[in-house]
Write a protein that binds this ligand. Structure first.
Ligand code: BV8
Length: 245
């Protein structure tokens, strides 16, 4: 039985694909209860714009405030279960000769769902680092915030890429090489606004890949895709996997 929201041609394309890339954004975690980047922040943080707080300037100006914002997000993410969309991607990987998951998200939910070798373009908020690039996933929370690095006593910051910061060179290089070589790329749950991540589907397109978007809304990518599946990833991805294999 072919579901009428998923084109037969897409099922055929996925079934015969050789190298598949999936690029995800905050939307894939929305059904886990993690607010997307452009959702209104809740409660204490309603009066702040994430675009302002996720910057080196904000951390310079008020390290305690930025540290506390990430603590709030870390605690929220820790309570958020991976959803059916994350799990469908774990399942999809088992059927494909070559599958690469590239995420803009910093919540670590793909790894908690069981995805392997995830390319995290923007880092991961469950990790912190100091100016000496010591990466830590646990630290003493004393009265002083941000806490200090257990290795060198410098203050810690979240191990994420802020707006205005360069992505890790080898991470971006690996992501670009992967999308150049793929024959099918999915853009899932992203507004396709943040660069350089938003350029990756276009690079795949230029190298002959078929492009699929999964999102309840249209984005700047939508006019360029071969298939657009309007809806929630937690509903569409499991259905796509079930219909394909
Ligand atoms: C850089 C970590 C060099 C922090 C993040 C070129 C042109 C214009 C601007 C720039 C450019 N090059 C660089 C810039 C500046 C900037 C940028 O892109 N600005 C944009 C916004 C105008 N980029 C940078 O600064 C990058 N660095 O390029 O360095 C440089 C430096 C200086 C100057 C020039 C060049 C660094 C960007 C990394 C920023 N860090 N995260 C943290 O999280 O705290 S990005 C942040 O936004 C999150 O990681 C998030 O994932 C990401 C992207 O947003 P989305 O994932 O798309 O989330 P969003 O909320 O926007 O959309 C959610 C979507 O899901 C929606 O479409 C919604 O409809 C959909 N949805 C909702 N529910 C569901 C769903 N979809 C499916 N299912 C559902 N259930």
């Amino acid at each position: 039985m072919n579901d009428n929201t998923i084109p037969t041609q897409l099922i055929q394309t996925l079934r015969t694909a050789k190298q598949v890339v999936v690029l995800t954004g905050a939307g894939i975690s929305a059904e886990s209860g993690v607010p997307t980047f452009r959702d209104a922040q809740t409660g204490l943080w309603a009066k702040y714009d994430p675009m302002d707080l996720a910057t080196p300037e904000a951390f310079q100006r008020d390290p305690r405030l930025v540290w506390e914002w990430y603590t709030w997000r870390r605690e929220l993410v820790a309570k958020a279960p991976p959803n059916l969309g994350h799990l469908a991607l774990v399942n999809m990987q088992t059927y494909l000769p070559k599958f690469t998951l590239i995420t803009q998200n910093v919540d670590g939910l793909h790894q908690r769902a069981g995805s392997q070798q995830v390319i995290e373009l923007h880092g991961n908020l469950t990790r912190s680092k100091c100016v000496n690039e010591h990466i830590v996933d646990s630290w003493q929370t004393a009265d002083e915030l941000p806490p200090r690095c257990p290795h060198c006593e410098q203050i810690l910051r979240p191990d994420v890429v802020w707006f205005g910061e360069f992505l890790q060179e080898q991470t971006l290089y690996k992501a670009m090489k992967t999308v150049e070589q793929c024959d099918l790329i999915f853009s899932v749950g992203t507004s396709s606004l943040v660069q350089p991540a938003a350029s990756l589907p276009f690079i795949a397109l230029e190298h002959g890949a078929k492009l699929v978007e999964i999102n309840p809304d249209s984005t700047p990518l939508t006019p360029h895709v071969h298939f657009v599946l309007y809806g929630k990833s937690g509903a569409i991805l499991p259905k796509l996997v079930d219909l394909t294999w």
